[in-house]
Design a protein around this ligand. Structure first.
Ligand code: B12
Length: 216
């Protein structure tokens, strides 16, 4: 990786951690001006900064107001980088219903996954956060979605993911509509147990979704 690129990625992450919206925007513009990959700018710059902010919260260095200012900076940077993402086009028009499960309002990770899925060529229907299991299933049926993507950051709400799969099984739709899951407490082991697919970050989520629609 070139020196300038590693420096800008590090600076982008630092400016998110430092809650500096203006600087994040300037750095993101500078990053684009150097013709660097916006995809990496998001994953290895902005999202990494948000991860580091999360660690500071867990270490009680940061509290809720700081976290929210970090996410404001991250979103400001995303606004600059996002229009430069190269849009892939899938051969067919594949649809994904995405949302954060009921009881959980953490949506930063879900929003990043959504951007990566859209960039890969999927049509993404975002139900937002705190979404009841039945809403995922009803929307997926209505729009004939290929995939339901579920996010949660809390252990207490993981059960909602299993409920979505139970509802799909109840209607015998489990082979038609695939379910992929992710978020802090989610592991491949948990996904295997409930009959879902797992990816650990936004770029892996996009690769996984592509492979799911290519499977016969
Ligand atoms: C930011 C944050 C908040 C923000 C949320 C802002 C927002 N709009 O999202 C605020 C301050 C509002 C908040 C509130 C709360 N929070 Co909070 N929060 C966090 C924190 C610090 C970071 C989360 C984050 O955004 N990370 C950055 C993103 C980019 O990472 P990510 O979400 O993991 O997403 C990536 C991957 O997981 C994956 N991914 C995510 N979703 C999906 C989906 C699919 C399909 C796939 C394939 C992949 C995938 O891709 C993403 C990008 O690469 C975490 C701690 C931590 N370090 O994770 C605690 C944490 C999640 N919060 C926690 C708690 C308890 C709460 C509160 C209940 C606190 C309170 N007492 O009020 C409330 C929640 C209320 C509710 N019912 O929802 C706990 C959860 C504990 C648990 N095990 O259940 C944590 C773990 C902190 C802790 N250690 O106690 N929080």
């Amino acid at each position: 990786m070139s020196d300038i690129k590693s420096k800008l990625l590090l600076d982008l992450a630092d400016s998110v951690v430092n809650m500096d919206e203006e600087q994040t925007v300037e750095l993101a513009k500078n990053y684009i001006a150097h013709n660097l990959d916006p995809y990496e700018g998001i994953n290895q710059g902005l999202a990494l900064g948000m991860d580091r902010a999360g660690t500071l919260y867990e270490e009680e260095e940061y509290f809720i107001p700081e976290l929210l200012m970090c996410s404001d900076a991250m979103y400001a940077g995303l606004d600059v980088l996002r229009p430069h993402l190269k849009q892939d086009n899938l051969e067919d028009n594949h649809k994904i219903v995405i949302g954060v499960v009921q009881g959980d309002t953490h949506d930063i990770g879900k929003n990043l996954v959504k951007i990566m899925l859209e960039t890969t060529g999927f049509e993404v229907i975002d139900l937002g956060r705190d979404v009841p299991p039945l809403d995922f299933v009803n929307t997926a049926k209505e729009i004939k979605a290929d995939i339901i993507a579920l996010s949660t950051l809390m252990t207490t709400t993981m059960e909602g993911m299993q409920e979505v799969i139970r509802l799909l099984e109840g209607e015998n739709l489990q082979n038609q509509i695939k379910v992929m899951i992710g978020g802090g407490p989610i592991s491949k082991g948990f996904a295997d147990k409930i009959g879902a697919y797992y990816a650990g970050d936004a770029s892996k989520a996009a690769v996984l979704a592509q492979s799911l629609v290519k499977e016969v």
